[in-house]
Design a protein around this ligand. Structure first.
Ligand code: B16
Ligand code: MG
Length: 218
């Protein structure tokens, strides 16, 4: 039985920072006269900060200078970080510690694969910075999800083949990235949104110890 690598997305999987991204983007968009829906917001999940602003501007048919673009990104991140600064361990999503502890106990690899440039800061706030064998985040990649780069780098850092890796993801782009990387994709969230995943669970409370065991032994 070969060792498996479990790669966790961050926003929407370990913590619900997706709601803070939404609030910050919504306020930023409003300040330049753009509104977008909850459905459109799904398209911002898992994608980079730059790409998110490009999408919002396209929805509002707006073109701005490079200088304004940089200013708006900064503004969004400042507001987002004001939410992050308030975070604590209680914001770790249900049963995430149970799953992480089981993986560590059974001596499997564990990595973070996030598009966020704020990943380390968030993990520190919720006291999970030390649990990962490898952390690959938005500072380490050049291509955003659905490109598989972030997960392939995670597998490489764990020294585990992609086909022996399992990805937990809440975004459509992330599930596509895991599938392209030839990894097992596990969607955490809505089954209608994440239908491209190999398995889908509403949250980690639905993921049984037996299923985790099956993934380790497969
Ligand atoms: P930041 P994940 C992603 O994190 C978020 O889902 C996405 O909404 C965000 O735009 C991206 O990180 C960049 O985040 O602005 O903090 O660098 O889901 O890949 O953990
Ligand atoms: Mg996510």
């Amino acid at each position: 039985m070969s060792k498996k690598g479990f790669i966790f997305d961050l926003d929407g999987v370990i913590v619900d920072t997706a709601k803070y991204h939404f609030l910050a983007w919504k306020a930023l968009a409003k300040s330049i006269g753009i509104d977008f829906s909850v459905e459109q917001n799904e398209q911002l999940k898992g994608v980079s900060r730059v790409r998110s602003l490009e999408k919002i501007l396209a929805w509002g048919n707006k073109t701005i200078s490079n200088e304004q673009f940089t200013t708006l990104m900064q503004k969004k991140n400042d507001e987002y970080l004001s939410y992050i600064s308030q975070m604590g361990e209680s914001e770790v999503l249900p049963d995430v510690p149970r799953i992480i502890n089981s993986i560590i106990k059974s001596k499997q690899g564990i990595a973070l694969g996030s598009a966020s440039k704020n990943a380390r800061q968030i993990l520190k706030k919720v006291s999970l910075l030390g649990v990962f064998d490898a952390i690959v985040d938005g500072n380490d990649v050049t291509k955003a999800k659905p490109d598989p780069e972030v997960f392939l780098k995670g597998a490489e850092a764990l020294d585990i083949k992609p086909e022996h890796c399992i990805v937990f993801e809440d975004s459509v782009a992330g599930i596509q990235a895991a599938n392209v990387a030839n990894m097992i994709s596990i969607g955490i969230g809505d089954k209608d949104v994440l239908h491209e995943a190999d398995y889908i669970y509403k949250d980690f409370t639905e993921l049984s110890p037996e299923f985790l065991e099956t993934l380790i032994k497969r």
